[in-house]
Design a protein around this ligand. Structure first.
Ligand SMILES: *Cc1c(COP(=O)(O)O)cnc(C)c1O
Length: 381
């Protein structure tokens, strides 16, 4: 059945921001490529997931709860919040659980952005910021990224952020580290920035890759919440914790911000298995350490190899890396798909020469590296 009728009339009736909204482009699912090419043995290095999956203890915890699925989840996520409160040494009144941290980004935007207001964020920043902003009828106030020859090439220019703030600014999104660039901000720089932001503007610090970063100067910003009532720190179980499919993340903020976000939060936004799995994952910190160590080894191996092949890349502290393909990333991407390797072209992030590759297992990394070596006619010029 064709359901494409009277679309244009309704398009003009939609909220202004939504009329021109371009939806989020997810990484290509393995099952989709399997259907298209009829091949198996596909690897996905496209969405920054933990390549070793969730810990066994987490899988077991999920299994144990399967008989409970007829019940609604705990809408207040009591056990999970208690564990998070202990972890961050913070009151449960400062915690908001989300259906992924994406949910938290949308909640805060919905609370504060009115049509005509703007949200400040960087060029090349995570794609959800402009989407959440526009969906709320707000405007994206985009700050040009650092230049390619900066010490943190393509990273956030925080001085530029301060200059971009105006009367209509309500929210600032800072990704530390940022996806897709993998660039990051050091403690003093970030602290001084938050201090300089007017107190009536919410600063969202997106720390989706917090666990992967092993730099000495990388801050744990949850420590700053007592000082800054306008700070929201977001974390997720989707990346290092290996739970992307379950959709669970959280926000840490002052009680007043937390209360406001919880007024618009769906009552059961985090499902029961997600809560149980997140709780079990928090108890298995060894697994996070192993995952982080594996990521470091994989990253170093990829960098050493592409360096030898004379590719250029953006140094990253996350579990992914942007590689200058030498040709449009949009051309290398389908060439790799044919070999059963899913990466991410990032022209939608204004980085058309690059592909973003998630650090995989040792085998996955080698398959990717072998393929880019054998693809003739592509590579560095
Ligand atoms: C993956 C990612 C997120 C959120 O993912 P969720 O699965 O919704 O928790 C948030 N910010 C950045 C920068 C990301 O890359």
């Amino acid at each position: 059945m064709n359901c494409d009728n009277q679309e244009s009339e309704f398009l003009s009736l939609a909220n202004t921001g939504i009329q021109s909204l371009r939806p989020y482009l997810p990484g290509k699912p393995v099952s989709e490529l399997e259907r298209e090419l009829g091949i198996s043995n596909i690897i996905k290095l496209a969405s920054n997931e933990n390549p070793t999956g969730p810990a066994d203890s987490v899988v077991q915890a999920i299994r144990d709860e399967l008989p409970e699925l007829s019940r609604y989840p705990d809408g207040n996520a009591f056990e999970l919040k208690k564990a998070l409160a202990d972890l961050h040494d913070i009151s449960t009144d400062c915690i908001t659980v989300g259906n992924g941290s994406n949910d938290i980004l949308e909640l805060i935007t919905r609370v504060f952005l009115k049509p005509g207001d703007n949200a400040v964020f960087s060029q090349h920043a995570f794609a959800v910021y402009p989407i959440a902003t526009q969906a709320a009828g707000g405007e994206s106030n985009i700050v040009p990224a650092n230049s390619a020859d900066h010490v943190m090439p393509h990273g956030h220019d925080l001085d530029g952020f301060l200059k971009a703030i105006n009367q209509k600014t309500r929210i600032i999104f800072v990704a530390n580290p940022n996806n897709p660039t993998g660039t990051w901000l050091a403690r003093d720089e970030l602290y001084n920035f938050i201090k300089a932001v007017p107190k009536n503007i919410v600063v969202v610090l997106d720390e989706a890759y917090f666990d992967y970063v092993i730099e000495n100067e990388y801050p744990d910003c949850s420590q700053w919440l007592t000082e800054f009532a306008n700070l929201l720190v977001t974390r997720t179980f989707s990346k290092a914790y290996g739970l992307a499919a379950l959709r669970v993340g959280y926000g840490l903020a002052s009680e007043v911000l937390t209360d406001l976000m919880n007024r618009v939060r769906q009552p059961f936004n985090v499902n029961h298995l997600a809560q149980v799995a997140a709780l079990a994952a928090l108890k298995n910190q060894d697994y996070i350490n192993e995952s982080t160590a594996l990521n470091k080894i994989g990253y170093d191996h990829i960098v050493a190899t592409i360096k030898e092949l004379e590719y250029r890349w953006i140094p990253s502290v996350g579990n992914f890396i942007c590689i200058d393909a030498g040709i449009p990333g949009n051309e290398l991407f389908p060439a790799l798909l044919k070999k059963g390797i899913i990466v991410r072209p990032i022209d939608n992030y204004e980085l058309p020469q690059y592909i973003r590759v998630t650090i995989g297992t040792a085998n996955e990394n080698d398959r990717f590296l072998n393929e880019i070596q054998s693809l003739t006619g592509v590579g560095p010029t």
